[in-house]
Design a protein around this ligand. Structure first.
Ligand code: F6P
Length: 396
């Protein structure tokens, strides 16, 4: 059977184990020899025990576990050609020419580069007698299929990344717990949530927890944002929010008037009888000038202007831990099965794909198209072109 290996790379996320399980079982079902690569790219470079054949039962009882049982790492060695050369040698000597990578955009980009270099890596290995002529010929094509595992939901081309739904559950549980103590003391709580440069976790949790205010890195545009962004889930959620009048999103582009708006909103809530306020701050939140809006800064503003008893909770890695939700388990299973099928159908001409969710369908998209779009969002944000950033993040 064909040699197929699965590995997880970058930050872990809930649901990765479901994806690993699905790859292993679908691979075996289709007659492949399936391997785990432990510790991400590092394990591929180091070889040895890190690359181990998997069987049906080695992925039993993992679907409910958070994290990734095969380990993950951010690997510096793979960035260098020497590292990729070692990795190629480790794969060829085991007959592995099909790779399933579960990770974020950096990990997927690395896989694509590896594929593009594959032929020249093999030539060098043959020259140095590290592989045989037969191996050079037999394993001349490398096929790649990716899946996006990240709690941030920050990848273009998919409606949901594996782990986001579980992180939302974790955050909501924490906010619900905070609300009861905030209520008792009439306090204001500022919760910092993860998401790096993406406000998705912040917006969705703000909405579902009746937060009074949310700060996200993608400050929404000013006027016709509803029409412009109707395809974008983030904006859809924002539109809902404005109708429900529960979350205030600073859609006014006038720089730095958020202090006034925040204070007005919090005061209104208290005057109408609310005993608490909840403010969600995405870890990457910034103002229109690109300056960070941190939980500490928001606290200072609230205390100085309103004299409210205010506390900060930084949820941190709790959000990435714990067991995956039903949604993430199924998502991981579906993506894994589709990735293996994509590899089995690949021809030498097939480009690397990423399996994503589009309107509840598992689809295969050209990996680099999605990576480029994701990078374009980052660039638009760095250029302070928020309209473009949100537009690019939407579905195409
Ligand atoms: O990308 C996932 C994520 O959890 C982000 O939300 C966060 O910014 C980052 O990883 C934290 O990275 P680390 O685990 O290396 O501290």
């Amino acid at each position: 059977g064909k040699g197929l290996a699965v590995f997880t790379s970058g930050g872990d996320s809930q649901g990765m184990n479901a994806a690993v399980r699905s790859v292993v079982r679908m691979g075996i079902y289709l007659g492949c020899k399936v391997y785990f690569i432990r510790e991400g790219y590092q394990g591929m470079v180091d070889g040895g025990d890190n690359i181990e054949e998997a069987n049906w039962s080695s992925v039993s009882s993992i679907i409910h576990k958070g994290g990734t049982i095969i380990g993950s790492a951010r690997c510096m060695d793979f960035i260098k050609r020497e590292g990729r050369l070692k990795a190629a040698c480790n794969l060829v000597t085991r007959g592995i020419t099909n790779l399933v990578v579960i990770g974020g955009d950096g990990s997927l980009t690395g896989a694509n580069l590896f594929r593009q270099e594959w032929s020249s890596l093999l030539d060098e290995l043959l020259e140095n007698n590290r592989i045989t002529k037969d191996q050079r010929e037999k394993y001349k094509y490398l096929h790649i299929a990716g899946m996006v595992g990240s709690i941030d939901n920050d990848f273009c081309g998919t409606d949901m990344t594996i782990g986001t739904d579980s992180a939302l559950h974790r955050i909501i549980e924490a906010i619900d717990a905070i609300v009861s103590t905030a209520y008792s003391h009439q306090r204001t709580f500022i919760m910092e949530v993860m998401g790096r440069h993406c406000g998705y976790l912040a917006v969705v949790t703000a909405l579902s927890s009746e937060a009074d205010f949310v700060f996200i890195p993608e400050a929404p545009p000013s006027v016709d944002w509803k029409d412009k962004l109707c395809d974008n889930y983030l904006a859809l959620v924002a539109a809902l929010a404005s109708e429900a009048d529960q979350v205030f999103i600073p859609e006014d582009p006038v720089p730095n008037n958020w202090v006034e708006k925040l204070c007005k909103r919090l005061q209104q809530e208290r005057r109408s009888g609310q005993r608490l306020n909840i403010i969600i701050v995405a870890e990457g939140a910034i103002d229109r000038e690109g300056k960070p809006i941190t939980a500490e800064l928001v606290k200072k503003v609230v205390v100085e202007n309103l004299k409210q008893d205010t506390r900060i909770t930084v949820l941190g890695h709790v959000q990435r831990g714990g067991s995956p939700s039903a949604f993430d388990r199924i998502l991981g299973c579906r993506m894994g099965a589709e990735a293996v099928m994509a590899l089995m159908e690949a021809t030498p001409e097939t480009e690397a794909c990423v399996v994503t969710l589009d309107g509840n369908q598992a689809v295969r998209l050209p990996l680099m198209d999605c990576v480029h779009r994701t990078k374009a969002v980052a660039k638009a944000m760095a250029d302070k072109n928020w309209d473009l950033a949100v537009q690019l993040r939407g579905r195409s």
